[in-house]
Design a protein around this ligand. Sequence first.
Ligand code: HEC
Length: 171
Amino acid sequence: MRFHDYSATFSRSRRLLFRAGVAGAPVIIALALAACSDTPAPGDDPRADPRNADVVRRGAEVYAQNCAACHGAKLEGQPNWRTRLANGRLPAPPHDDTGHTWHHPDHVLFGIIKNGLVPPYAPKNYESDMPAFSGKLSDDEIWAVLAYIKSRWSREVLPVRAEMLRNTASR
Ligand code: HEC
């Protein structure tokens, strides 16, 4: 994966959302109706299934204990999360629709949570406050927390995510 250019991806997703909202509204509505509550994206992993209530419940507990302190109890992220801190690091972004977590395929998110922001997810020696959870959480717990995060994405975001990941299949 190329290192995430936050500002570029952000404006790109804004454009996509705009296009989805204006030009693609009928398509989005049709997709949403056809797929009911979900639109699978390329690379969706069955281990992070947002429709599996047991896994989502477990993930919510993992999230509350390990992630909420930084990413917010409601997945809202830290204030001014796009602005670097005095030490040059970035604050924790939201995991809800307003962030960019949904821009990434499941295996990338799994890797970031397990290993932290190290290559190939970030440049070598990249400094970040995002911890690596490999020693703390089992793989099952990481998939569960991902299922929980995905369960919070709205119907508006899911088709946009699917389109985005089709266009950037290698990320
Ligand atoms: C100590 C604070 C802290 C904790 C605890 C924490 N994070 Fe993070 N997380 C961050 C920061 C800060 C970033 C952004 C780092 C950067 O971009 O340099 C981040 C980034 C991420 C990203 C990348 C998002 C993207 O779109 O690029 C994911 C995914 C993530 N965190 C998931 C989690 C999960 C899941 C947990 C709990 C298991 C967790 N984090 C716990 C601080 C934290």
